[in-house]
Design a protein around this ligand. Structure first.
Ligand SMILES: [Zn+2]
Length: 297
């Protein structure tokens, strides 16, 4: 062990502290970029894959394939390509932490890109109680639920040519985030289903708006058991939004809506403990976190 004079020892400690703090700051920046929000650029390098957004579980990435690309595959599944070569990738909340992107070019060559998908940092709560089906196990619920699920599935199957997916998304309503995407309770070791959207608490009757352009694919004027008055929007390229618990819907199925247009009013219909907007998003079958589409998320 080295014995330093007091002043030198203090200077040494402060050097170590400074280095540690600098490393921590560096890490913080590396782990949490200022914004993971995907944004479409005016120009990309035509010889390379270009990507923007969060390669993280629950994240959405907008990409552009190299010029001359005929088709793009993500882990062997073909991706939809826009006429100008853009594609979307949504990473499910429980997506594998690696993905492989392959572009097949017109000249027969292929270009590969490996994507490291960062694990999500979900709020997990352990509860010393047994899991129960609650209202979900009642015969009345079961009878109504299958019809509701069929309507939701039919709405998700609608593929509009909306270009909303290209936009910079905005919040549907201002207010405190009262529920996080991905949060999950574990009941005596048995995981409950995770929270599949972002909750924003807002006053009853407050207007909420479309976060991006789209087509209304479901506007439930009847009250769904869990979702209440449910509104769904297709933003194109397999990307859609759902808004739950509204007190009133101001649009109808088939309507084209613009970003910022008032589409409904906040409520607590269905299974909700107070007035809020539950905003859920999916890209094809992947559930994604709407918060990651917003500026400075
Ligand atoms: Zn919710």
């Amino acid at each position: 062990m080295r014995h330093w004079p007091k002043a030198e020892r203090l200077a040494g400690i402060s050097r170590v502290l400074r280095a540690t703090i600098a490393a921590l700051i560096g890490l913080a920046f590396a782990a949490a970029p200022v914004s993971a929000q995907p944004q479409v650029p005016s120009q990309t390098n035509p010889a390379e894959f270009w990507m923007s957004g969060a390669a993280v579980q629950g994240g959405l990435v907008i990409g552009r394939a190299p010029t001359g690309t005929r088709s793009v595959f993500l882990d062997d599944a073909a991706l939809e390509l826009s006429p100008d070569g853009f594609f979307l990738i949504g990473f499910d909340r429980d997506a594998p932490t690696e993905a492989r992107l392959v572009a097949m070019l017109a000249d027969g060559s292929k270009m590969e890109r490996h994507i490291a998908v960062a694990p999500g940092n979900w709020r997990i709560e352990h509860v010393a109680a047994n899991i129960t089906g609650g209202a979900k196990s009642s015969a009345e619920f079961q009878a109504r639920r299958s019809a509701e699920l069929a309507r939701i599935a039919a709405a998700r199957a609608v593929r509009s040519d909306s270009a909303g997916w290209r936009q910079t998304f905005i919040r549907p309503v201002s207010g405190r985030i009262s529920g996080l995407f991905g949060a999950q309770r574990i009941y005596n070791g048995t995981p409950g289903s995770y929270h599949n959207g972002m909750d924003i608490a807002a006053p009853q009757g407050q207007d909420f708006v479309a976060p991006a352009d789209g087509v209304i694919t479901l506007a439930a004027n009847d009250v769904f058991t869990l979702e209440g008055h449910l509104l769904m929007i297709d933003h194109g390229m397999g990307l859609n939004s759902a808004f739950l618990h509204a007190s009133e819907l101001l649009v109808k199925e088939g309507d084209l809506v613009r970003q910022g247009q008032v589409i409904g009013r906040v409520g607590a219909t269905g299974r909700a403990s107070g007035p809020h907007v539950h905003w859920g998003m999916k890209w094809n079958s992947a559930r994604i976190d709407p918060k990651l589409l917003l500026p400075s998320n």
